[in-house]
Design a protein around this ligand. Structure first.
Ligand SMILES: Cc1cc2nc3c(=O)[nH]c(=O)nc-3n(C[C@H](O)[C@H](O)[C@H](O)COP(=O)(O)O)c2cc1C
Length: 55
């Protein structure tokens, strides 16, 4: 979990450095996310970190 936090921090910092914005989404449907992203059963999604241009 701590490593996931470190990765997330780096993602947010890098997004800012590139002129982008990052955001956290913790409320999602696990099953649908696993299906859409083809996440293997050995992995468990913890958080969606979206990156894009600010509105
Ligand atoms: C771990 C975590 C999970 C979050 N999950 C959600 C979420 O599921 N839905 C949501 O609207 N905001 C969620 N947020 C908050 C958003 O990432 C964001 O900070 C918030 O919507 C305020 O956005 P703003 O600063 O652009 O107004 C979460 C934040 C954190 C730290």
């Amino acid at each position: 979990m701590i490593e996931a936090g470190h990765i997330g921090q780096n993602l947010f910092l890098q997004a800012e450095a590139l002129g982008l914005k990052a955001g956290n989404v913790g409320a999602y449907h696990d099953k649908e996310l696993i299906e859409i992203m083809k996440i293997p059963c050995t992995h468990e999604p913890l958080l969606i970190m979206s990156v894009g241009y600010a509105a």
